[in-house]
Design a protein around this ligand. Structure first.
Ligand code: GTP
Ligand code: MG
Length: 157
């Protein structure tokens, strides 16, 4: 099954949009596989956006991503990379369609609340960068079911 890396950027966290954004991916039918609230340093932010290092907005982008905690997530499901980008909307919120996350929740290209991987290659690289522990924490529901008293409860319910 396909997986993608999704990050709620510092403005999304500061504005109280975590639940709203997660809800859109859940309601679409995708499965949350890993999630962590974290603040990144300069070298980590530069690595994440290394493909954009020659752009004039690169320094501003890096300081934006470092400016507060972000929610890093792995989402799974059929075509989640491309469909996740559709849910997110165009890079510039001035052009994002209403109904998309950026179209509904953002105004400025430099404060566009969410990141999503743009290809299978970048999804793989970004998941490895943000979740280097990999499989050890990725399948959280299977982990829950392996705890005997919770597994009994799930069987009864
Ligand atoms: P991400 O999901 O964050 O990677 O956005 P994207 O894939 O839609 O766009 P891209 O990877 O090209 O750019 C990464 C981020 O850089 C964008 O989300 C913006 O926050 C920022 N960015 C891109 N283009 C511009 C620009 O022209 N000006 C400014 N100020 N920021 C930009
Ligand atoms: Mg991008």
């Amino acid at each position: 099954v396909e997986q993608t890396f999704i990050m709620i950027k510092p403005d999304g966290v500061q504005r109280g949009l975590i639940a709203e954004i997660i809800s859109r991916f859940e309601k679409k039918g995708f499965t949350l596989r890993a999630m962590r609230l974290m603040t990144v340093d300069k070298s980590f932010a530069e690595t994440h956006y290394q493909d954009l290092s020659s752009k004039p907005f690169f320094a501003g982008l890096v300081s934006y991503i470092m400016s507060g905690p972000v929610v890093a997530m792995v989402w799974e499901g059929k075509n989640v990379i491309a469909t996740g980008r559709l849910l997110i909307g165009a890079t510039n919120p001035a052009q994002s369609a209403p109904g998309t996350i950026r179209g509904d929740l953002a105004i400025d290209i430099g404060r566009n609340v969410i990141h999503g991987s743009d290809s299978a290659e970048s999804a793989k690289a970004e998941i490895n960068l943000w979740f280097p522990e990999g499989d050890k924490m990725s399948d959280s529901m299977r982990d829950v079911r392996s705890i005997p008293y919770i597994a009994r409860g799930l069987r009864k319910g």
